[in-house]
Design a protein around this ligand. Structure first.
Ligand code: NAD
Ligand code: AHE
Ligand code: ZN
Length: 370
C-alpha cells in the first residue's frame, strides 16, 4: 500500500514529504496508522549524522500514537481498531532481560532495530523502488508504519493522540527516570540539567514524588518560566555563574550537594558536572542525554569512591507494554500535565519547522498531526 512520509535522505538535509510503498504486516507484526507524532531531540541527533546507528535514507520518528489497522498471523495481544503507542524499547516478556525484572532493555529485537530493519532483517518501506530504513523500530514520521506486536502498547480509546504521543518518549523518559530509575524519595533535593522536552518531565516527576528542592540548569533563560510552572524551585544559568562554578553553586544551594541529578542535555561536560554536584556518600546522577558517537565521560574515581553513583536511563526505565498504558491513565486523570509542554502543533508538510524550533530553543515539544 501507499503511505505519506517525511523521508530523511541524508544527514543534515531537510526531510522531504514522499509517497512511499509500505509492505503489510508479517507474522507477529501489526500495521499502524499514525495519527500524531512528537519530534524529539534524538531525531535531530540522528539527522545530524552523529548517531553511530544512523542509516539513510530513513523514516525517523519514535514518539507516535495511532490505531492498529491490520494484524499479521499469530498476533494475539492486539486487534484491528486498538489505539496504541509504538515502543522503541519493546517488552517481549521472554528474553533474559525481561525475565530478569532488573531492566527494561528488552533484547529480543535490538540487533535488527539498530540496523534500521524489521526482525526478519528486511525493510517494509521503499520509495521509487529504493529501500528506506526503519528508525528505532518505530518510524512514526509516516502515516502508516509496521511494528512487531511486542513493541506496541495498547492504550485507552479516548486519549487524544496529539497529546499522548509524547508518552511514546519524552514524558515516559523524564518521569520514568525519576520514579523507575532513580526512585527519588519525598523530600529529596534534585538538580536537572537541560530544561527541554525531557528535563521538564524530570521536573514534573520530581514534583510528583514530593521532592523538596528542584534546581534547574539551562543555558537558555527562556526555559525557566515553564520549568517553574512544572515545579522548579531554583534556576541557574551556567553563563551567569560561570560553567566551572556550577558544581559549587549547587553545593552552596543545598548544603553539600543534591540527592539526585539528571543530565538531559547530552553534553558530556555537563554529565560530569551533574555527577559532581551530587552529595558525597549517596548522591546519584542519572544520564539521560544521548551524546554523539565518539564522546566519552570522565571524572576522578574519587567521586565514586566517596559514594556518588553514576547511572543511565533509557525510556525512563519503563516497561512499555506494562507502564505506558498506566502513564496514559495518569494523563487522563489529570495527574500529569502534557498539554502545556506541547508548544507547537503542525501538519507533516511543516515537519522541518519542528526541527528548526528545537535548534533555536523556541519550542518544548512540537507535535505533527496527520
Ligand atoms: P531539547 O532540545 O528539548 O532540550 C535540551 C535542553 O538542554 C535545551 O533547553 C538546551 O538549552 C539545554 N542545554 C543544551 N546544552 C546545555 C548546557 N551545556 N548546559 C545546560 N543546558 C543545556 O532536547 P530533549 O528532547 O529534551 O532531549 C534531551 C536529551 O535527552 C537529548 O540528548 C536526547 O537525545 C536525550 N533523550 C534520551 C532519552 C533516553 O531514553 N535516554 C530519551 C529521549 C531523549
Ligand atoms: N543509536 C544511538 C542510541 C541512542 C540512545 O541511547 N537511545 C536511547 C533512546 S533516546 C530516545 O529519544 C535508548 O533507548 N537507548 C538504549 C538502546 O538500546 O538504544 C547511539 O548513540 O548509538
Ligand atoms: Zn526520544
Amino acid at each position: 500500500m501507499k503511505a505519506r512520509a517525511a523521508v530523511a535522505w541524508a544527514a543534515n538535509k531537510p526531510l522531504t514529504i514522499e509517497t512511499i510503498d509500505i509492505g503489510g504486516p508479517k507474522a507477529g507484526e501489526v500495521l499502524i496508522e499514525i495519527m500524531a507524532t512528537g519530534v524529539c531531540h534524538t531525531d535531530a541527533y540522528t539527522l545530524s549524522g552523529l548517531d553511530s546507528e544512523g542509516r539513510f535514507p530513513a523514516i525517523l520518528g519514535h514518539e507516535g500514537a495511532g490505531i492498529v489497522r491490520e494484524v499479521g498471523r499469530g498476533v494475539t495481544s492486539l486487534r484491528v481498531g486498538d489505539h496504541v503507542i509504538p515502543l522503541y524499547t519493546p517488552e517481549c516478556r521472554e528474553c533474559k532481560t525481561c525475565l530478569s525484572r532488573r531492566s527494561n532493555l528488552c533484547t529480543s529485537i535490538r540487533g535488527t532495530q539498530g540496523l534500521g530493519l524489521m526482525p526478519d532483517k528486511t525493510t517494509r518501506f521503499s520509495c521509487d523502488g529504493g529501500e528506506i530504513f526503519h528508525y528505532m523500530g518505530c518510524s512514526t514520521f509516516s502515516n502508516f508504519t509496521v511494528l512487531p506486536e511486542i513493541a506496541v502498547a495498547r492504550i485507552r480509546q479516548d486519549a487524544p493522540f496529539d497529546k499522548i504521543c509524547y508518552i511514546g518518549c519524552g514524558v515516559t523518559t523524564g518521569i520514568g527516570a525519576v520514579i523507575y530509575t532513580a526512585k527519588v524519595w519525598p523530600g529529596a533535593t534534585v538538580a536537572v540539567f537541560g530544561l527541554g522536552g525531557i528535563g521538564l518531565n524530570v521536573i514534573q516527576g520530581a514534583r510528583m514524588v514530593g521532592a523538596d528542592r528542584i534546581i534547574g540548569v539551562d543555558l537558555n533563560p527562556a526555559k525557566a518560566e515553564m520549568a517553574r510552572k512544572f515545579g522548579m524551585t531554583d534556576f541557574i544559568n551556567p553563563q551567569d555563574v560561570g560553567s566551572d562554578k556550577i558544581v559549587q553553586a549547587i553545593q552552596d544551594l543545598t548544603g553539600g550537594g543534591v540527592d539526585f541529578s539528571f543530565d538531559a542535555t547530552g553534553n558530556t561536560t555537563v554529565m560530569r558536572q551533574a555527577l559532581e554536584c551530587c552529595h558525597r556518600g549517596w548522591g546519584e546522577s542519572i544520564v539521560i542525554g544521548v551524546a554523539e558517537a565518539g564522546k566519552e565521560i570522565s571524572t576522578r574515581p574519587f567521586q565514586l569512591v566517596t559514594g556518588r553513583v553514576w547511572k543511565g536511563s533509557a525510556f525512563g526505565g519503563a516497561r512499555g507494554r506494562t507502564d505506558v498504558p498506566k502513564i496514559v491513565e495518569w494523563y487522563m486523570d489529570g495527574k500529569i500535565n502534557i498539554d502545556d509542554l506541547i508548544t507547537h502543533t503542525m501538519p507533516l508538510e511543516e515537519i522541518n519547522t519542528a526541527f528548526d524550533l528545537m535548534r533555536e530553543g523556541k519550542s518544548i515539544r512540537s507535535v505533527v498531526t496527520f
